[in-house]
Design a protein around this ligand. Sequence first.
Ligand code: MG
Length: 347
Amino acid sequence: MTITASLLSLPLRDTFRIARESSDVRQNALVRLETADGLAGLGEAAPSLYYGQSAKTVMAAMASPIFASLDDPFLLEELLSRAAAALPGQRSALSALDMALHDWMGQRLGVPLYRLLGLNPNCTRATSYTIGLASLNEIRRKAEEAAGFPILKVKLGTDHDRAILATIRRVTSVPVRVDANAAWSFEDARMNLRWLQDEGVELVEQPLPPGDLDGLRRLTEMSALPIIADESAQTPEDVVRLRGCVHGVNIKLAKSGGLREALKMIHVARAQSMKVMIGCMIESSLGIAAAAHLSPLADYADLDGNLLLAEDPFTGLKLSGGRWVLPDRPGIGVVARCGHDSSGGSR
Ligand code: MG
């Protein structure tokens, strides 16, 4: 089998800003796995500099000589274990490989990914729609544009968090999830929890820096709102460490290293009676669809990364009442839009 990677440049509709960074274009990578019979599986890497990865590191990882010796895509566990050992820390690249393997397997067997995973497509959760940091006028406009979404996710972690939430509450009364992206101090978070509870907020994501597990534990013990770890929860081992520190974890394929590791994280979280959110980076509907296939296992879905793009290079994933309708095509089930190359030519 051959594995090739190409850059996937994704311009955004609006500048996307959170507490620590902002971007206008997302640089992802597309991974294509093809067998001698011409069957091809696709995966998307959505690397973050925050986790020490970039499109460049993904391209370098996918050029690793290890891939020359892999030949049977059905040996998923063995292939991914070997790849993970050879490419430490390159979890977004591993995620693209894992997606491509699952996509290939689904197509070879003629079943959609949710069936391969043994999941019920009617049990997906409504996704939240994210409102990033912006001027209050822009936030108001974005909240108005998001009128069709049953849940909003609001980025906070500024010196005017109350004004942001008040602006949104003037436009809509839908449930709101709050993500501080690790920007609050313990004192900020403690004060904010009371206020957010009064505002009818559903949950709070990553209030404190990722390493402050003691702070998260103290906050969780006093919080009436679920506290969900995102930046603190990258691997199954992290979920073990987070027991008692948070109510749940936000699991993303690009953080975990793909569907296989995300499944492990879900099972570890459930074994510890923790809540599960399936989240995403900014990515095309290829990556979003892969995560959506897993979402019947989650309590919360936050799968809106493709909705923030100026144009999505893939088609086939449809929203209905705020929920993704899982494609019935074999594999991940999205197809490249006309004019977009998914051949993964440049390595
Ligand atoms: Mg988050």
